[in-house]
Design a protein around this ligand. Structure first.
Ligand SMILES: Nc1ncnc2c1ncn2[C@@H]1O[C@H](COP(=O)(O)OP(=O)(O)OP(=O)(O)O)[C@@H](O)[C@H]1O
Ligand SMILES: [Mg+2]
Length: 483
C-alpha cells in the first residue's frame, strides 16, 4: 500500500482528499500545520506528499526541505493559490515534482496526478524527457548544470507560466524554447519565433499585433498578429533585450492584460499565447542602465532558465560533436583523440553554434575516405598560440610567430631545424650533401602538405587545387608521389 502525506490547514481540503482517495490502496496521513507535519515526517515514511504552501506556523517549502532530507525519494507536490506561483516554482527548484493551483478545477487531473506520484519511478527512467529532447534537437549531456536546467524546464513546461531564457550567443536558447513547447500541452499548436532585434519598430509592431486594413500606407489587407496566431501555442520573443521602449510598453500591456489592439484597430483582442522570452544581453544590467523596463523584466522573469556557456560544460563536447556529425550526414565520421583534446581546451566564445560550424567545416574538408577527423581538420582558432620559437639574436625581431595547423608539418619542421642546427654547431667536418638532402626532404613534405590542404579546400578537385597552388597537375601528382 502506498503512503501519502497531506498537509493543509483547511479542514475541507483534508476531508476532500479523504473522500477522493477512499477507494484507493493508499494509506493516507494528514496534518494541519507544519509542526505536526514535521513530527510525522520524523516518525513515518511516505511515498508522496501534497503540501499546502501557506500554513499558520510555517511554509510548505520548509516541510519540503525536511522531507527531501529525511526521505529523499518521497515525491512532493505543492498546493498553492495563484498569487504564489513564484514560490511554487521555487519549490520545484528545491526538488518538488510539481505544483497545483487551488481551488482544484479539474478533479480527474488531480486524481491522475496522485496516481502518477505513487507509481514507482523506473530506474533512470526519463524516457519521455529524452524523447522530447531528441525531438527538439537538444543534447542534454552529462554536466550537472545542464541536467538540473532541463529537469526544471521539464517540470515547468506544462505550466502556462512565462519563461525567460538567458545565455550567451549560440548556447541553445532557441533549442530550449522548442523543448519547452514540445513538452507542454500546447505541442500540437504553433510555436512561433520572432526576433525583436531584427525588425524595425513599425514592422515588429504590426508583426506582433497585426493591423487593420488601411491602417497605414501599405496595409492593404487585414493582418493577424503573432499574438493572435500563437494564441493557443507558444510565442518565442527572441532577443527581447533589443525591443525598443515603445514595443516594451506594448508587450508589458499584453502580459498584464492578455489583450491587445491591432495597429489601427478599435476592438480589444484576447490572447492566450504562452510567452517564452530570450536574451543574450543581461537584462538586469539593461534595467540598471535604463534600456530595459524593470516592470517588463518582472513580468517575464517568472521562471528563469540560464543556460551555461559551453566552456562551463566541456564534458559534453564529445557528445555534442557526435550529435552534430550525425546531423550533418557525418554518421560514418568521428573525431580523433587529438582533435577532441583541442576541442576540449578551447573556450568556444560562440558556444554550440561555433562547434556546429567547426563540425561542418571538418566534414567539408574530409576526403571521401577519411572517417577519422584529426586535428588537421580543425580551424586555426582551436590551436593554442605556439610558444615563441627559439630565436636567434641576429634576426629575432622581424619574424612573427606562426602556429602550424598541421602537427605533422610542425614536427617535421622541428626535426629539420634540429638537424641543421646540430650540423651547424658541430665542430670540424660536416657533410653538406647530407644537410642538403634534409632540405630536399623538407621541400617534399611542405609540398605534400600544401597539396593536401588545397585538395581539402577544393573538395578533391585536382585541377582547381593545382590552379590554386600555381603548379601543374603533373607536379601535383609528383608531390603526391604518384609520379
Ligand atoms: N543542447 C544542444 N544540443 C544540440 N544542439 C544544440 C544545443 N544547443 C544549441 N544547439 C545548436 O547550436 C546552434 C545554436 O543554437 P540556438 O540557435 O538555440 O542558440 P541561441 O542561444 O538561440 O543563439 P543566439 O543567441 O545567437 O540567438 C543551433 O544549430 C542548435 O541546433
Ligand atoms: Mg537564438
Amino acid at each position: 500500500m502506498s503512503r501519502l502525506l497531506i498537509v493543509d490547514d483547511e479542514q475541507e481540503v483534508r476531508n476532500f482528499f479523504a473522500y477522493l482517495l477512499r477507494n484507493k490502496p493508499i494509506h493516507l496521513t494528514v496534518a494541519s500545520n507544519a509542526a505536526e507535519a514535521n513530527r510525522l515526517i520524523q516518525v513515518g515514511t511516505y511515498d508522496a506528499a501534497l503540501l499546502d504552501l501557506k500554513l499558520p506556523d510555517g511554509t510548505g517549502l520548509d516541510i519540503l526541505r525536511l522531507l527531501k532530507k529525511v526521505h529523499p525519494t518521497c515525491r512532493v507536490v505543492l498546493m498553492t493559490g495563484y498569487s504564489t506561483v513564484k514560490s511554487a516554482l521555487e519549490a520545484i527548484r528545491l526538488g518538488a515534482d510539481d505544483y497545483i493551483e487551488k481551488p482544484f478545477s479539474d478533479i480527474d487531473e488531480l486524481e491522475r496526478l496522485i496516481d502518477s506520484l505513487l507509481v514507482p519511478q523506473p530506474l533512470g527512467g526519463h524516457d519521455d524527457r529524452l524523447r522530447i529532447a531528441k525531438e527538439a534537437g537538444l543534447v542534454i549531456g552529462t554536466s550537472h548544470a545542464m541536467n538540473e536546467l532541463v529537469s526544471l524546464a521539464w517540470k515547468i513546461a506544462r505550466k502556462n507560466v512565462t519563461v525567460l531564457i538567458e545565455g550567451e550567443t549560440g548556447c541553445g536558447k532557441e533549442v530550449l524554447a522548442r523543448f519547452l513547447h514540445l513538452a507542454s500541452m500546447r505541442r500540437d499548436e504553433p510555436f512561433i519565433e520572432v526576433n525583436c532585434g531584427a525588425l524595425t519598430e513599425t514592422l515588429l509592431e504590426s508583426e506582433l499585433f497585426g493591423h487593420e486594413k488601411g491602417s497605414f500606407t501599405g496595409a492593404l489587407s487585414l493582418k493577424r498578429g503573432l499574438f493572435e496566431v500563437a494564441s493557443r501555442g507558444t510565442l518565442f520573443l527572441d532577443e527581447i533585450g533589443d525591443a525598443t521602449p515603445s514595443i516594451q510598453v506594448k508587450l508589458l500591456r499584453v502580459l498584464e492584460t492578455k489583450s491587445f489592439l491591432r495597429v489601427g484597430g478599435e476592438h480589444t483582442l484576447r490572447t492566450d499565447a504562452r510567452i517564452i522570452a530570450a536574451s543574450h544581453v543581461n537584462l538586469p544590467h539593461a534595467v540598471a542602465t535604463g534600456t530595459f523596463r524593470e516592470d517588463l523584466l518582472y513580468r517575464l522573469d517568472v521562471v528563469k532558465l540560464s543556460i551555461p556557456p559551453l566552456r562551463e560544460r566541456r564534458a559534453d563536447i564529445p557528445l555534442l560533436a557526435r550529435h552534430l556529425l550525425d546531423q550533418n550526414d557525418g554518421k560514418n565520421f568521428s573525431f580523433s583523440a587529438d582533435a577532441l583534446t583541442l576541442m576540449h581546451a578551447y573556450d568556444w566564445p560562440g558556444n554550440i553554434r561555433e562547434l556546429a560550424n567547426v563540425v561542418k567545416r571538418a566534414l567539408a574538408l574530409a576526403d571521401g575516405d577519411t572517417f577519422v577527423l584529426t586535428s588537421e581538420y580543425l580551424p586555426q582558432a582551436l590551436f593554442p598560440v605556439a610558444e615563441t620559437a627559439a630565436t636567434y639574436s641576429d634576426r629575432s625581431p622581424s619574424l612573427p610567430t606562426v602556429s602550424s595547423p598541421v602537427p605533422q608539418l610542425d614536427r617535421e619542421l622541428d626535426t629539420w631545424k634540429h638537424m641543421i642546427l646540430t650540423a651547424w654547431n658541430q665542430d670540424g667536418t660536416v657533410s653538406l650533401p647530407e644537410v642538403l638532402t634534409h632540405v630536399k626532404e623538407l621541400e617534399r613534405i611542405v609540398g605534400e602538405a600544401f597539396v593536401k590542404k588545397a585538395l581539402r579546400e577544393t573538395l578533391g578537385n585536382r585541377k582547381k587545387a593545382s590552379e590554386q597552388l600555381n603548379i601543374s597537375v603533373r607536379t601535383l601528382r609528383y608531390l603526391l608521389h604518384e609520379k
